[in-house]
Write a protein that binds this ligand. Structure first.
Ligand SMILES: [Zn+2]
Length: 112
């Protein structure tokens, strides 16, 4: 199978400096077989192709931030799990209420 070459207009993943995320990008500039410029499909900003990598500085920041977050978190927040089924399901008791005295909702004498 032949390697699929990237061509102008192809959609590739790259880091978008505006979105600050790896996003879909369309190839808008090439030199030879090398992608040079891409346009973010999300914010439509054009920038040099970064080969899908985060900038080194940002990687470090992210790592630091991540470690800080980990440190600051005593424990993962407990997700409300599904309540366990009751071990002894109680039989539901119900009482029949009778209307005694006063006007009932109907006396049953209605005829059609
Ligand atoms: Zn973007």
């Amino acid at each position: 199978m032949e390697d699929r070459r990237i061509r102008l207009g192809d959609v590739i993943d790259d880091y978008c400096p505006r979105c600050r995320l790896i996003m879909n990008h369309g190839v808008v500039g090439m030199v030879g077989e090398e992608v040079r410029k891409v346009r973010c499909n999300t914010c439509l900003s054009e920038h040099l192709f970064r080969h899908g990598r985060l900038p080194a500085r940002r990687q470090a920041e992210k790592k630091k931030l991540f470690e800080e977050v980990l440190k600051g978190m005593p424990q993962a927040p407990e997700e409300p799990a599904e309540p366990p089924p009751p071990a002894h399901p109680q039989r539901k008791l119900y009482t029949i209420r009778r209307h005694t005295g006063g006007k009932g909702p109907g006396d049953g004498s209605r005829r059609s």
